[in-house]
Design a protein around this ligand. Structure first.
Ligand code: ZN
Length: 99
């Protein structure tokens, strides 16, 4: 996972470790009918040992394609890059269809 945009809010160092990540899935689609998955991270600064939580990336998945951090990418590429998350999304979409 890219850490290049993460900066310690305390000392400003970019020498940080992402120690844990998890995903938050919003069940409410955006205006294009896409579901937003927010990837959160627990981050520790290697310089001052400050730890905090931050949004690492936002991924939007839907019929109109996939966007990572508001950057539209090809659907096939997106599926490869967010394979793990797509499985979760498929479950959600299936639940919605049953309603
Ligand atoms: Zn720091």
């Amino acid at each position: 996972m890219s850490k290049q945009n993460i900066k310690c809010p305390k000392c400003g160092s970019t020498e940080v470790d992402v120690v844990k990540t998890w995903q938050l899935t919003s069940p409410i689609p955006d205006k294009y009918g896409r579901i937003t998955v927010t990837v959160m991270g627990s981050i520790v600064c290697k310089t001052c040992n400050h730890s905090w939580r931050s949004v690492l990336s936002k991924i939007k998945i839907g019929d109109r394609g996939i966007a990572i951090n508001d950057k539209e990418i090809a659907e096939e590429e997106g599926k490869r890059r967010v394979k793990e998350i797509v499985i979760d999304i498929d479950d959600i979409l299936r639940e919605n269809e049953e309603e």
